[in-house]
Design a protein around this ligand. Structure first.
Ligand SMILES: [Zn+2]
Length: 249
C-alpha cells in the first residue's frame, strides 16, 4: 500500500489545482489496483483507470457555477449501495468538492462514515474549511505539494513501470515505445540490467493480481530476461532497446 490508508474518505488539499488533481487521481488508481505495488500501472484495473474508463471509478465535477448539488450527492449515495464491478472497491472522485452545498454534504454524511459496500471517497478541495466539520472529521487529510521542478527526470520506479507497460504490449505506437525505452538507453550495463529486473518484478506483481494479464506479463518478463542476457554479453542498452522495440511491434 502506498499513500492510501484504510479510511473510507480523504480530502486532498494544498498545492496547485494540478498538483491536487494529480495526487487525487493517483489515490483513486491506488484504490482500484490490487497489485502489491499499487498503482502498478500495468494491470487491467490500472489500464482502465488510467483511461478513466474503470467501471468502479465515479467522477463528480461541479456545475458551471462551481456547485455540487444534492442530486449528485444522492447519486453517489445510491451508487455506493451497489457492490463494485471489477475492483475491490468503488472510488468516488469528487472534483471541486468545496463546491458541495450543505444539503449535498449532509446527504453524503452517513455513507462517508459507513459505506454500505467497500468504497473510497476522495474529495479534492482548494479550501477544506468549506466542508462541514462533520464531513471533515470523517476524512483523512492528504496534502498535495507542487512539483519543485516540472522538468525533473522521472523516478527510476516510474521508468521501470513505463518499461513494464511497454513489455506487456500496453504501448502500441513505435514513438510511444521509443519514449518508454529512452531513459533505458542512457543507462550503463549494470544499471540497465537492474532496470529490467525491476520491470520484471512489476510484471510478476501484475500477473499475480490480474489473471487476464498473466500470460502477457509472463511473455514480457521472458523478453526482459532475454534482454538481460544480451546486456551481460555486452550488447549495449541502445541495441537491446532496439531489439525489444522490434520484438514488441
Ligand atoms: Zn494495477
Amino acid at each position: 500500500m502506498g499513500i492510501l490508508g484504510g479510511l473510507h474518505a480523504y480530502i486532498v488539499t494544498g498545492g496547485s489545482e494540478a498538483a491536487r488533481e494529480a495526487l487525487a487521481f493517483r489515490l483513486a488508481r491506488e484504490a482500484l489496483c490490487s497489485a502489491p505495488d499499487a498503482p502498478c500501472g500495468v494491470c487491467e484495473d490500472c489500464r482502465k483507470s488510467l483511461a478513466r474508463a474503470h467501471p468502479d471509478l465515479h467522477e463528480v465535477s461541479p456545475d458551471e457555477r462551481g456547485a455540487i448539488k444534492i442530486e449528485s450527492a444522492r447519486a453517489m449515495r445510491e451508487a455506493a449501495q451497489v457492490k463494485p464491478n471489477e475492483a475491490a472497491r468503488q472510488v468516488f472522485l469528487v472534483h471541486g468538492a468545496d463546491g458541495m452545498n450543505v444539503a449535498a454534504q449532509n446527504a453524503l454524511l452517513a455513507t462517508v462514515e459507513e459505506p454500505p459496500t467497500p468504497c473510497v471517497f476522495i474529495f479534492v478541495c482548494e479550501n477544506a474549511r468549506a466542508l462541514l466539520g462533520t464531513v471533515r472529521s470523517r476524512c483523512g487529510l492528504v496534502r498535495a505539494e507542487d512539483e519543485e521542478d516540472e522538468a525533473a527526470p522521472a523516478s527510476p520506479e516510474g521508468e521501470a513501470r513505463a518499461l513494464a507497460r511497454a513489455l506487456v504490449r500496453g504501448v502500441r505506437s513505435k514513438s510511444g515505445l521509443a519514449e518508454a525505452f529512452a531513459p533505458f538507453t542512457k543507462l550503463k550495463g549494470d544499471g540497465a540490467v537492474r532496470r529490467l529486473e525491476e520491470a520484471r518484478s512489476t510484471l510478476a506483481g501484475a500477473a499475480a493480481a490480474s489473471p487476464q494479464l498473466a500470460s502477457r506479463a509472463l511473455r514480457g518478463a521472458d523478453l526482459a530476461s532475454r534482454a538481460e542476457d544480451m546486456l551481460r554479453a555486452n550488447v549495449t542498452p541502445a541495441q537491446v532497446a532496439a531489439w525489444l522495440i522490434a520484438s514488441l511491434i
